[in-house]
Ligand binder design. Structure first.
Ligand code: AN7
Length: 359
């Protein structure tokens, strides 16, 4: 039986936006129906700021992060062009996404990750999807250098965001935001690691203004971890370090594009401590019901810090991209919380009621 997609079935970012994507004509879409993610109103942050604050919840993508947008594009093009194997360097989410899309396309996924610095959920995804995983004694930047070298010398296609097709897929997030809000927001906040995402958002917003779908551009503000903040200091970090492992990047590949996004939009880059990032992660989960991984809370932490520093956002609209799902890294989320379940009771209502403080 052939599935007949009904009118409400989201088709994935290639089919939803094909005429706006710079990919070879006729490229068949390898899709898990990524994109179409919710823009969730944050009552908590709206209340604190007097702004309308929206969360673009990218953890709702098929493999749990925004990487699926770029990966559907990169894998579709690689498969169309005859690749048999694909390679990426990753802090975790790219490898999870690449593995899923590669096997769907019948390609062999090869993953390079920094040893010991990948959240367990992401590692599980790469392994379960059948990727060949190579751990490198080094950081993400070393992995990316090796991935480039492999793709130059061996028959494997590189699908990191230095592959421009990735940004084509990722820019669709801006389109969705404007399609939903009817206009670009005043501000766009997001975490920045290798800097592909902020570059892709900026491209998408600019293209929507050029085509008349939006009449203005948002101020782009990127947030990094203090121990891995090259875009803040202007210097690469040879030994990047942060508990937000997804953004543990010392020398971002899209450095120039990201600087252009912040510079041209009147935005900026700001560094946050791990404690600020983790506190924002917990507050977001317990206030808005949205559980994101540590790195993904950087934009929220950034807004809280801006408020603390006395900035006013009253009357504006703010979109914060929360980039990946909290279930990717439960170990970090639960760190330092002590006894998680403090009541073990006999199996009867009275005991549970007493333990719950109901009597
Ligand atoms: C949850 O998976 O680079 O600035 O190799 O997983 O576009 O790099 C992940 C990056 C933010 C930063 N939030 O985005 C990888 C990888 C999450 C991420 C970022 C990443 P970029």
């Amino acid at each position: 039986m052939t599935a007949k997609p009904g009118p409400h079935q989201w088709r994935g970012v290639i089919e939803e936006y094909r005429d706006r994507l710079d990919i070879p004509e006729g490229t068949p879409a390898i899709t898990l129906r990524e994109g179409g993610t919710p823009l969730v109103s944050s009552e908590w942050l709206s209340g604190l700021t007097g702004a309308q604050v929206w969360l673009k919840v990218e953890g709702d993508n098929p493999t749990g992060s925004f990487k699926d947008r770029g990966m559907t594009a990169a894998i579709s093009v690689a498969a169309f062009q005859g690749a048999k194997a694909v390679v990426c360097a990753s802090t975790g989410n790219t490898s999870a996404s690449m593995a899923a899309y590669a096997v769907k396309a019948g390609l062999k996924p090869l993953v390079l990750v920094p040893e010991g610095k990948i959240a367990a959920g992401k590692m599980a995804q790469a392994i379960v999807h059948g990727a060949q995983v190579i751990m490198v004694r080094g950081n993400f930047d070393d992995c990316l250098r090796i991935a480039r070298g492999l793709s130059e010398n061996y028959p494997v296609a590189l699908v990191n965001s230095v592959n421009p097709v990735r940004l084509q897929g990722q820019k669709t997030a801006s389109f969705e935001i404007v399609d939903f809000l009817g206009e670009a927001p005043d501000f766009h906040f997001l975490p920045v690691g290798n800097a592909g995402n902020i570059s892709a958002y900026w491209m998408g917003y600019n293209e929507y203004v050029a085509s008349g779908n939006a009449t203005r551009l948002p101020v782009m503000r990127g947030f990094q971890a203090e121990g891995a903040a090259p875009l803040v200091t202007g210097e690469p970090f040879p030994n990047p370090e942060t508990k937000a492992t997804a953004i543990r990047v010392g020398n971002p590949a899209s450095w120039k594009l990201a600087e252009a996004a912040a510079g041209e939009s009147g935005g900026s880059f700001t560094a946050l401590t791990d404690n600020e990032i983790l506190a924002a992660q917990h507050k977001l989960a317990s206030s808005d019901g949205v559980f994101v991984e540590p790195a993904s809370a950087a934009g929220v932490a950034g807004l809280l810090k801006a408020l603390e520093d006395g900035e006013s956002f009253t009357g504006t609209s703010i979109v914060i991209t929360v980039t990946g799902h909290g279930l990717k890294d439960t170990a970090t989320a639960l760190e330092g919380l002590g006894d998680l379940v403090d009541n073990i009771v006999d199996p009867d209502v009275e005991s549970a009621a007493a333990a719950a403080g109901l009597v």
